[in-house]
Design a protein. Structure first.
Length: 274
């Protein structure tokens, strides 16, 4: 599933293209990509609506509509967008599942080879209910190390699992949790509540550093992720532990290990993460 940097990259790509544009017609050619109503019903509700903005909260991508509703996009692993006057290159976009024809004669295309993702039209109150369950945004200036300590303090869950819990901190997933813990030199198996203040400060810096770096690199291309119009992210070149089981740690030379925590792979260095 795309994490904060990938969703933010897509948001930044889409926002200037869509904001202020009106949907002339929306078509969904694969019925299972509309999650909470029939495709026909969603098409009817979107026709004539204007995009008021494109927002991100945690890993959620939200297309704001001028009637106050939100079109939530669940990107999962294989969803990707393209925008243009013509359909994108068939080599990259072979399974177009949705088309939004815009009033500037361009079309927003959504392709989803595995059809794991989809669209969900939410009333403002419905979204407020979802958002109430999300922790703070780690890149907001108001998010301090003390704040991170409060969110994780007293938790007996391993720190890696606590970071994946979206109600503690929003937007961090499996890739960036492993990477942040390596940068902070913290063993992913330690109980979250055992980190001292200095370690919480290191982790706070590491989380923000790794997320900012990944946004600057347009995300990490792992499996199917693409930014808008088929562009790849580049942060996979900056990964230090994720997917590197058996390789040497760049910091201490120890062999990087993979373990499974709460059903997800964790990559870490047993030599320098204490
Ligand atoms: Zn190491």
């Amino acid at each position: 599933m795309p994490e904060l940097p990938e969703v933010e990259t897509i948001r930044r790509d889409l926002a200037p293209e869509l904001t202020g544009r009106t949907i002339v017609r929306a078509r969904f050619s694969k019925p299972d990509i509309v999650l909470n109503m029939s495709p026909r019903s969603l098409s009817r509700r979107l026709q004539g609506r204007r995009f008021d903005g494109v927002e991100r909260r945690g890993k959620h991508l939200l297309l704001k509509l001028d009637d106050g509703r939100l079109l939530q996009v669940q990107l999962r692993m294989s969803g990707r967008f393209a925008i243009g006057r013509q359909a994108p290159d068939k080599a990259e976009f072979r399974h177009i599942a949705a088309r939004f024809e815009l009033d500037d004669s361009r079309t927003l295309f959504y392709d989803d080879v595995r059809r794991l993702g989809g669209f969900q039209l939410l009333e403002a109150e419905e979204w407020a209910g979802v958002e109430a369950g999300l922790g703070p945004e780690p890149l907001e200036s108001s998010f301090t190390a003390a704040h991170l300590g409060e969110r994780l303090g007293g938790r007996r869950a391993p720190i890696k699992n606590a970071l994946l819990n979206q109600s503690r901190v929003a937007g961090v997933g499996n890739i960036y949790a492993s990477e942040a813990l390596h940068r902070a030199r913290i063993d992913p198996r330690r109980p979250a509540g055992d980190l001292n203040r200095a370690e919480m400060g290191q982790l706070h810096r590491a989380i923000r550093g790794v997320l900012r770096g990944a946004i600057a690199d347009a995300g990490t291309t792992f499996r199917d992720y693409r930014a808008v119009n088929g562009q790849s992210g580049r942060f996979q070149d900056a990964l230090r532990v994720y997917g590197k089981e058996g390789e040497s740690c760049g910091r201490c030379g120890t062999t990087i290990a993979r373990i499974v925590q709460a059903g997800r792979s964790t990559f870490f260095c047993p030599g320098c993460q204490l």
